[in-house]
Design a protein around this ligand. Structure first.
Ligand SMILES: Nc1nc2c(ncn2[C@@H]2O[C@H](COP(=O)(O)OP(=O)(O)O)[C@@H](O)[C@H]2O)c(=O)[nH]1
Ligand SMILES: [Mg+2]
Length: 469
């Protein structure tokens, strides 16, 4: 009897000591979220209680042998799609190996890590504890819509107008030409609105293809099933003067103008807001991924947009008392990790430059001191390493190079991808430097081997080590 009570008590205490961590991973599409989470889970699942765990040498709880087991458990929220770890891993084990298919929307996976506590005070109560981690994958495009929550349709339109230059202005010509022909005070025609919205969405997709990253509404450029829903069928009105805005406001409730306004408000309240209320407010730690190398291939405008885009994501954590986000919501995030992804596209000596470039992209403007109470780190990593470092010689000179299988033609190549600038490049940079960061095919991964990576263990250390104390 006594034993039973003691056992029950022990279990009760045990449960009280088990802890949870909700880690969210975001970034714009193709920034490497799926690759990151697949590798994150894979590295953890390959930790062996008594193994040397060389694959995660920078992750101290594994190196010290305190992690007893890691396993997948049923996720917490059954309404969220499951993160497809097994399917993703299978892509790399296949012959030939391929990159995992792209995903949309939010997904979740839960792991249970059983570990030995370090905390001696509790040692007599229990030796081991379990940390449950929920990892969420959600599109960074969702965060680009935050400003909409505090803007009226008119304010949003004016903000869009001010971003409307260079490549964007050129791409928008066809869509703007069609809108100019409209009588916005006339009674709304659903089909017309649908057709024009489609042209607007095409324009946004073209901006994206040109490397523009600051795109609103962010959800318009994600593949989603409800594209035909009226809530995704609206667009901003550009180039109107004050008297025209007045005239439109005074048009009938059924006018095209008021229909656009109504859909905008619906999008704001029914699509943007619930994400913050339902999910965002519950995250404990946030990873933000950015592919800083691809904009170097494109143009200065692409690079500047990447900066604006990143700073937009960053606004969610910039807790200065006037920050938009802190006025609207509260969050519990205590650690923030900025990751420059796909680090295997450059030679290892360039990784510090990539890290510092990422830091600059986020911090420019000197606002970095204001992450109140949030510990922030910057890391350049490769979640799934597709290249091998080699030493190449040319004209008697040796230099560091990369070897991999080029994705476009399946050729095995050795190349020197060039140096990465460690600060924000000047305009003439794109004239004098030619960047070609080729995409590589993934390596084949043997059954039971962990996924090869660069510094994923540094990310594990930052995100998990203190929770496994
Ligand atoms: N070489 C290399 N390519 C990567 C890495 N991570 C992502 N990629 C490439 O980037 C693409 C998009 O990555 P994914 O994880 O699907 O991005 P997501 O849209 O943010 O989930 C992949 O299909 C790969 O081609 C990496 O660590 N190394
Ligand atoms: Mg994905």
């Amino acid at each position: 009897m006594f034993h039973q009570i003691q056992h029950k008590l022990h279990k009760f205490v045990q449960r009280g000591l088990d802890n949870h961590l909700r880690i969210a991973v975001t970034g714009l599409s193709r920034s490497g979220k799926t690759a990151f989470i697949t590798s994150f889970v894979d590295q953890l699942l390959h930790i062996q209680g008594r193994g040397d765990n060389a694959h995660v040498n920078l992750f101290s709880p594994a190196r010290n042998g305190r992690i007893l087991s890691v396993k997948r458990v049923e996720q917490h929220d059954l309404t969220i799609p499951r993160f497809e770890y097994d399917k993703n891993r299978a892509c790399f084990e296949a012959e030939p190996p391929s990159w995992c298919p792209s995903t949309r929307g939010i997904s979740e996976i839960r792991l249970a890590i059983r570990y030995q506590r370090q905390n001696s005070l509790l040692r007599h109560l229990k030796e081991t504890s379990t940390l449950y981690i929920d990892i969420f994958d959600y599109p960074g495009e969702w965060l680009l819509d935050l400003p909409l929550l505090s803007q009226s349709f008119k304010e949003w339109s004016l903000a869009q107008q001010s971003a409307h230059k260079g490549v964007r202005a050129e791409l928008a010509q066809a869509w703007l030409g069609d809108v100019a022909k409209l009588d916005l005070t006339a009674k709304a025609d659903e089909n017309l609105l649908a057709a024009l919205s489609e042209r607007y969405t095409d324009y946004l997709l073209q901006c994206k293809a040109e490397g523009m990253q600051y795109i609103q509404p962010g959800r318009f450029v994600l593949p989603h099933t409800e594209r035909g829903a009226p809530v995704y069928q609206f667009f901003p009105l550009l180039n109107l003067d004050e008297s025209e805005w007045q005239r439109l406001e005074n048009s009938g409730a059924q006018s095209l103008f008021h229909q656009l306004k109504k859909r905008y408000t619906h999008y704001q309240q029914k699509i943007v807001k619930p994400f913050y209320e339902d999910y965002f407010s519950q995250f404990d730690r946030q990873v933000i991924l950015a592919d800083c190398l691809t904009p170097l291939n494109h143009s200065q405008q692409a690079f500047l947009e990447m900066k604006i885009g990143l700073q937009q994501l960053f606004k969610h954590f910039h807790y200065g008392n006037r920050s938009l986000f802190s006025r609207l919501f509260s969050s519990n995030i205590d650690k923030l990790l900025f990751v420059a992804s796909k680090g295997d596209h450059i030679t290892s000596d360039q990784l510090p430059n990539l890290e510092s470039l990422m830091r600059q992209l986020v911090q420019e403007g000197g606002r970095h001191a204001e992450f109140d109470g949030i510990e922030t780190a910057y890391q350049a990593i490769s979640a799934i390493r597709a290249t091998e470092p080699v030493i190449a010689t040319e004209n008697g000179q040796s230099f560091k190079a990369l070897q991999g299988v080029r994705l476009s033609d399946g050729q095995k190549v050795v190349l020197y991808p060039g140096s990465v600038p460690n600060r924000l490049p000047e305009a003439n940079y794109w004239q004098t430097h030619h960047f070609e960061f080729d995409a590589f095919a993934p390596q084949k991964i043997d059954f039971e081997q962990p996924i090869p990576h660069l510094r994923m263990d540094a990310a594990l250390q930052f995100l998990l080590a203190d929770a496994l104390d």
